[in-house]
Structure formats: C-alpha cells, structure tokens
Design a binder for this molecule. Structure first.
Ligand code: ATP
Ligand code: MG
Length: 687
C-alpha cells in the first residue's frame, strides 16, 4: 500500500502489528512509546486506516483521544488515508468509525445505551465541575458542615478530595494522608458528605465527570456486561496514554482483559495531568500487565522540529531527575536557534509578539500557523488587549469558556431542568432568577417536586413561592412547553430565550451583548440532533473563547491561536511563542511544592517547546504581575529566567534583549552618517 511507504520502519512495524491477513483476529497488545513529534498520532491514524483497509469493521473500532477536536482530526486523517487506498469506497467505509472521542464522551454514550441494564435513567444530565461543586455545597449545608467557624474544607477542596479518591481508586484516608493532610481530621465527616453527595446525585438523576468513568468501570465489573461492551469493539486505540488515570486504565483492561486488539500510544516525558490523577506509571507498566507482555515500539526520529529547536528541548528534559531514555533526532537542519527574549514587562512582551506576528503576516504566513502558549490562562491578558487594539483576531483555547458566563449558564440550566426536572442545581439556579425567590423557597419547591412522579407536570399544582408574583406562571409554562418538546429542537431554545430576556435585562447592564451570545448559542444548537446530545456534548467539551464573543470566527477566517500549554498537547505550529518563561510562571508559584510537581512543570515546558516546527520564541519579562498568586496579593514582582534553562543551556538559544536601545543598535548613528540632499529631492518632485 502506498501509504505505508511514507512511514519509517518502526512506524510501519506499529501500523502493521498483528494485521496478518484480511479478516484475521486482532493481534496482541501494543505500546508505542516515543518522544514528541515522532509521529505517534500519525502512526495511530495510519494503523486505524490499515486495519480498515485489511477488513476490520470500522463500526467495531474504538478510538480515544485527549479532546473532541483531536478525535475529529484523527477521523479526518483516517478518512483521507482510506480514500487514498480504496478510492471512493474508502469514504463510504469510514463513515462507520462512529466511536471516536474522549473517555468521558464515550462513557456518556455507552451509559445512555446501557442505562436500562444498570438501573440508570437514560435522561440523566451531566454536571460540569462548577455544577458539581454547587451540589457538593448544597449537601454540605444540609449536613451542617459549612458553618464558617468550623473550618470545614471548602466545596472545591471537598470535590478535589472526592475526585482524587475516585480516579485513583484509593481509600479516602490514603488520599487525605497523601494529598490533603490538613483535612485528615475531617475524615468521618467527609465520608458522610460523600455518601450523601452520591445519594443526592442518584436521586436527582445527574452524573458528574467522574461518574462517567466510574459508572462505566462499575458496569464492566459485571462479567456479562463487560463481555458485551468489550465484545462490541475488535480494536481499542488510545492516544496520549501518559495522561490517563488509574480508573481509565482499568476500564481499558476490563474491556480487553487479554489485551488483544488494544493499542496505546504516548510519551512519558509529556505527562502533564497528574493534578487530575493521571499517572505516568500506567504507561510504564502497560507492557507487564499482559501475558505474554505487550509489544513495544519506540520511535526516535522527530519529524516536526528543526535541529536547533529539538536540541534545546532535549537539553531541558535531559535535566529531569527521572531519566527519560530518549534520543530524539531530526533531519531538519536550520541555522536558526530558538530565541530567548528578555523584555522589560508584560506589556512589552505583548508588543513583541504582535510585532513578530504582523511581520510574519507581511511575508504571507497565516495567523493560524502561529501560536502563543502560556502556563495559566490569565497570563495572556495583556496580549489579548494588545491584539484587540491592533485588530488581530484570535481564538483562545483552554481559557474561560463561552459556557462559563452567567447568562449562557442560565439558559443551559433551563434546558437541563426541562430535560431532567430532578436536577436540583439547575432548578435552584433558575428559580432564583425570579425576583422575590430566594434559596429557601427554591429548596421548598424542589423538595415538593421530588415527591411527584412527574415533577414538572406537578409544578402547576405546587403553590408558587410567596413573593414570586406574576413571574411564576410564565416560568412554569415555559418549562413545561420546552419539556414537552412541542416546538421541536432547536426551536424550543428560542421560546426559552424569550422567557429569559426580561430577566437578562433586569440583571445585566450589558444585556445587548449577552443577548448576542444567546443567539449564538441557538445557532450552535442547530448543529445537534437533540436537546440531550446538545447538553451532553457542550458539557463535556465546551467551545473555546474567541476574540469576538458575538460570533465565532468563520471556518475559513484567519486567526491567531492562544492556548494554555495543557490545551496545546499533540498540536504543532510553524511558529510558537511561549509567554512568561520565568520562575513563578514556569514553574508556577502554585506548584512550587514537591519535587514531583516541579518535574511536571519541567515536562510542561518541554511540551511547549516541542510544539514548534520552524521558529520558537521564549519570552522572559523582567517584571510581571501576579494575579492573587503572590502571598501578599496582586503585585508586580521582579522575575528571573525559568530555572529549567540554567546558564549551562544558554548556548542552545539566541539570547536577545528587546526593545533594543537606540545606542546599542547603532541605528540612529548610521542615520546621522548618511547624507541626503533633501532640497534637491523637493525640487525634483515638481519637474
Ligand atoms: P506529540 O508527541 O506532540 O503528540 P506525535 O508523536 O504524535 O507528537 P505527530 O503529531 O504524529 O507526532 O507527527 C509530528 C509531525 O511529523 C506531523 O507533522 C507529521 O505529519 C509528521 N510525520 C510523522 N511521521 C512522518 C513520516 N514518516 N514522514 C514524514 N512526516 C512525518
Ligand atoms: Mg500526538
């Protein structure tokens, strides 16, 4: 096959692993472990295509990636390769690769399908982290654990503890001892809190993110269901395996106990999600879990970056306390070293980026081929201002999401409450939009509703909260109308919005812009087949913030990419800028604790640097602003270059100070030295 010839010998070995002849049984487990840019994702796409070309049924392939965006990209690549190999038939075949997505997305879909078997109502709604924290808070109040004087852990900490215990599959006390020692005294209360929280979720028919994995794992605990679910897929393939947690690996094992048909791909040097309980151990231990053990393919040729960029990135990761035995090399020579730029402060940092970006655009580079990466979402604030001022469109990944704004959350709460009237967090939020309705009366109504077989229908008979006035009947009517689905999807959103508009105007001064967001939400909704799918997908993979909230850039429009390093995983751009390469940002002040945390920050810098194809700029402002991170509050601090680039590594970089002072550059002097007869020029103009 022609597509195989584009691969190197090791990549080809991974692609062909276990594919013996058309229609043969899936081969044994395979691990591809290799450094950044060595073609892991590309190899995985080729492997899927190769399986299909050799007769594997695309409906029986499960492909798991780090984001929905990555899954869509992977499907496109597979489709292209198949079409190339099979002609028009390839396109038809590939329509069947329906099971591609994130662990959470795939979990949600399977759970709806198996709801009846596991005692779950298939109408369940999904709580994002914020909703989950709100529910945790409600439960805390109910149990009386939230009195200010008691110093009980905050709702966020409670959720953090709960989530870690679930994802690491560890007993509560171990989690407290290992990660939250200052909460250890609350063990008994936390246990009660979590038990009540779980009951509350079940009573309300909601699942949080962790539940999507936990219920899935529990379902697989039933041998018959495990066989059924595992048996639906001949091949299960996972990209970015270094960032899966214990629960996710046990799900894979339960689906494929002997590892046949299982392929995982990753890079231990890029493990950056331990704060979400991902463990680099899962990739290192993978081969030994099976007997016979998994085959291992390593790739050491980097196809992405130029030699100087790769040398600099390698030098950073080589200083890691755990040695990663990788020796990446590339055949892409370049005379251009990565640049390490010192600027006075963050405003200059922003100006530097904008000038370079515009310069590149002058010579025909597209904005989309350039990305600006940063450790924390708020680091891009001054740059966003400068970009807006200079009219340069951008899209920001991993930052504040469109869905985080109050008005969008209100609208979604309405749809969610109509979908699942037992969802108290949604109901609680909605009812309090009505003037005169406070937490106590909202609780009362929700309690009464919960006793009814058809809670939304019963709402008409439940006495209105005392001070809700004329607004109550309209509220009830709208909910029932949306629930009944008479208007049809997505038209019902418009009815919901019309009900919400007067409240929006009352609550927010900038109602006009917010209304534009809601219209955008309606447009987005049109892309989904049903209310349930819309809510699920939006909660699991929210759209990113754009420079123009009123309208996302059109597909063919050009825009600059701004992204947190975490969200830049797996991607590449011709030119990459890394902001705030200073101690306090990378490594982050927040992580300056254990060696393990510092090591993870080093890997983050490595991930950032290895995104660059041709040009890499690391910028170090000498002063930067700490947003509430500093022990003494918001303030400017003097920064020093990140400790991950010590003096001994500086020879890998071209060190530049910007803006250059006039005296240093000599520009002014050379201008003075030039002689031009301006008077003669002036005369010449009129001849
Ligand atoms: P990361 O660790 O960042 O996820 P990766 O190992 O998944 O990287 P890919 O994104 O698959 O790497 O590939 C990096 C780049 O190298 C891509 O532009 C890809 O097209 C290119 N590439 C991969 N393999 C080959 C090959 N055999 N020949 C030419 N180009 C290749
Ligand atoms: Mg990749």
């Amino acid at each position: 096959m022609a597509y195989l010839e584009k691969l190197n010998a090791e990549q080809r070995r991974a692609v062909e692993h276990g594919v013996l002849e058309k229609g043969s049984a899936p081969g044994g487990p395979l691990l591809v472990i290799a450094g950044a840019g060595s073609g892991k994702t590309n190899t995985l796409a080729h492997r899927v295509a190769h399986l299909i070309v050799n007769g594997a049924d695309p409906r029986r392939i499960l492909l798991m990636t780090f984001s929905r965006r990555a899954a869509a990209e992977m499907r496109r690549r597979v489709e292209r390769i198949c079409a190339e190999a099979l002609g028009a038939n390839g396109g038809i075949l590939i329509n069947g690769v329906a099971w591609a997505g994130t662990f959470h997305g795939v979990g949600a879909r399977l759970l709806r399908e198996y709801a009846a078997e596991i005692g779950l109502n298939p109408d369940f709604t999904i709580h994002d982290r914020e909703d989950a924290a709100d529910l945790m808070n409600l439960v805390r109040h109910e149990l009386g654990f939230s009195k200010a004087e008691s110093r009980f852990p905050t709702k966020g900490t409670c959720l953090g503890i709960y989530s870690r215990a679930v994802n690491e599959e560890l007993p509560l006390d171990d989690v407290l001892e290992g990660c939250f020692p200052w909460c250890a005294g609350w063990s008994a209360q936390l246990r009660e809190l979590f038990a009540t929280y779980v009951e509350a979720k079940q009573a309300q028919n909601v699942l949080d993110y962790d539940d999507l994995l936990l219920y899935w794992a529990q379902t697989l605990g039933e041998p018959a269901l495990a066989e059924d679910i595992g048996g639906r897929f001949d091949h299960v393939l996972v990209d970015e395996y270094q960032d899966t947690n214990r629960l996710q690996s046990s799900i894979l094992l339960a689906m494929k106990p002997d590892g046949r048909g299982l392929t995982v791909v990753g890079d231990d040097a890029q493990s950056i999600y331990s704060f979400r309980a991902a463990t680099v151990r899962s990739i290192l231990e993978f081969p030994k879990v099976f007997s016979p053990p998994a085959d291992i393919v390593t790739l050491d040729r980097n196809y992405r970056s130029t030699q100087p960029i790769l040398a600099a990135a390698n030098s950073v990761i080589e200083l890691a306390s755990e040695r990663f035995t990788k020796n990446l090399w590339t055949e892409r020579p370049s005379g251009e070293k990565p640049r390490l730029i010192t600027v006075p402060d963050e405003a200059d940092q922003a100006r530097y980026v904008v000038e370079r970006v515009l310069e590149d655009r002058e010579i025909g580079a597209r904005l989309k081929q350039q990305a600006v990466l940063f450790r924390a979402s708020h680091h891009s604030g001054p740059l966003e201002l400068e970009l807006t001022r200079r009219n340069i469109p951008f899209v920001k990944f991993g930052g504040l999401k469109f869905l985080d704004s109050a008005h969008v959350k209100d609208m979604l709460a309405l749809l969610r409450f109509a979908q699942n009237p037992l969802d108290r967090v949604a109901g609680f939020r909605l009812m309090q939009l009505l003037p005169g309705v406070g937490p106590a009366s909202a609780q009362r109504v929700l309690d009464l509703m919960a006793e009814q077989p058809d809670p939304l229908f019963a709402l008409s008979d439940i006495p209105a909260p005392p001070r809700s006035g004329d607004d109550w009947p309209g509220f009830v009517e709208t909910l029932q109308y949306v629930r009944a689905g008479k208007a049809g999807w997505p038209t019902e959103i418009a009815s919901a919005r019309r009900w919400y508009e007067p409240h929006l105007e009352r609550i927010h001064e900038d109602a006009v812009t917010r209304l534009a967001d809601l219209l955008q939400l309606e447009q987005m909704a049109a892309g989904y087949p049903s209310r349930e799918r819309f809510l699920t997908e939006l909660t699991l993979d929210p759209p990113d913030a754009t420079s123009d909230q009123a309208g996302a850039p059109l597909l063919d429009e050009d825009y600059l990419i701004l992204s947190t390093i975490h969200s830049a995983k797996g991607q590449e751009w011709k030119s990459v800028f890394v902001l705030n390469a200073v101690d306090g940002c990378i490594p982050s002040d927040l992580a300056a604790g254990t060696t393990a945390e510092i090591e993870e920050e080093r890997r983050l810098l490595y991930v950032a640097m290895t995104r660059a194809v041709d040009t890499l700029h690391l910028i170090t402002p000498q002063r930067f602003f700490t947003h509430g991170q500093h022990p003494q509050g918001d303030r400017h601090v003097y920064a020093s270059r990140t400790r991950f680039i010590p003096k001994a590594l500086l020879h890998h970089f071209e060190c530049v100070t910007w803006p250059r002072t006039a005296a240093a550059s000599g520009e002014r002097q050379s201008a003075r030295g030039t002689r031009v007869d301006v008077s003669a020029k002036m005369r010449a103009m009129w001849r």
